[in-house]
Design a protein around this ligand. Sequence first.
Ligand code: SF4
Length: 330
Amino acid sequence: MNNRDRNFTKAKLERRRQQIEESVARYLAQLDTADRQEPTDVLVAKTDRLKEKITRLEQEMERLDGLEAQMLASPDRQISLTDPDARSMSSSGRGTGVVGYNVQTAVDTEHHLIVTHEVTNIGTDRAQLSGMAKKAKAVLEVERLDVVADRGYFASEEILASEQAGITVTLPKPMTSRAKAEGRFGKADFVYLPEQDVYRCPAGDMLTYRYTNVEAGLTVSRYWTSACPKCPIKAQCTPGKERRVTRWKHESVLEAMQDRLDANPDAMRIRRQTVEHPFGTLKARMGSTHFLTKTKPRVSTEMALHVLAYNFTRVLNIMGSKAILKAIAS
Ligand code: SF4
């Protein structure tokens, strides 16, 4: 899934850069953690994978530099400022905003056809995941569906709702950890052991279950150990009396998602390549003005026509005109 208006914008590039920096920082921290442990085969493999990930991210950073140079050479941030339906949208989730529409799309990874789309003037993608994924599943008439989305769609409830609808989601978790930002261990450094319902901390202690609460509509449990005050690496862990780890009731859904991402490190590259194809084509066809019409119903119709035209030429390219004419005739 992606948001057309935000593609190719400076805000998007900056956001991506920031994400890469955060990912690199996270991987480096994981490497640090790995360095403190006894080297085992599994650990060596993990370390190698982390190094590979870092190299790939560095390459991606170089690609972004090239993209930015191209973008600066062809300024095209034309947005309808006079359209009453347009809303100021957060383009990075960090305060910057553009005015326009948010076009949600689901694109199939094999043929790059747009399976479904929707024009909204909701500024963020956070609440869009399960709705779009369910629409795509209905269009495709499949029992199960795998969806790869970017981290702007990360919302625990949306991921759970998708999972419950038979849709497996893969997307990276945004970095929101304060501990991590302050250079301390992040939650990823604590390993959950389901049989014992405990977390193993970087010092090897077990954080046991303490209590359950409902916070911001989510049922969460807290875990901690009384070993913290005497812990030799406490400074890297918590400035408080003890380190507490929070676990959502459905955290296993998020853990399974992280495992999928770790098992398929190419998922996000495939997502990007998949959405770049339709967006590149649509952008070229729509030109720099993006939408010719105003107000949401008209913009929705205009977008639907663009999607239809894109899909039609895509099918034409995949099947060839003879096969299409034959299919139409039969
Ligand atoms: S401070 Fe507590 S939770 Fe953190 S590493 Fe030490 S014992 Fe484990």
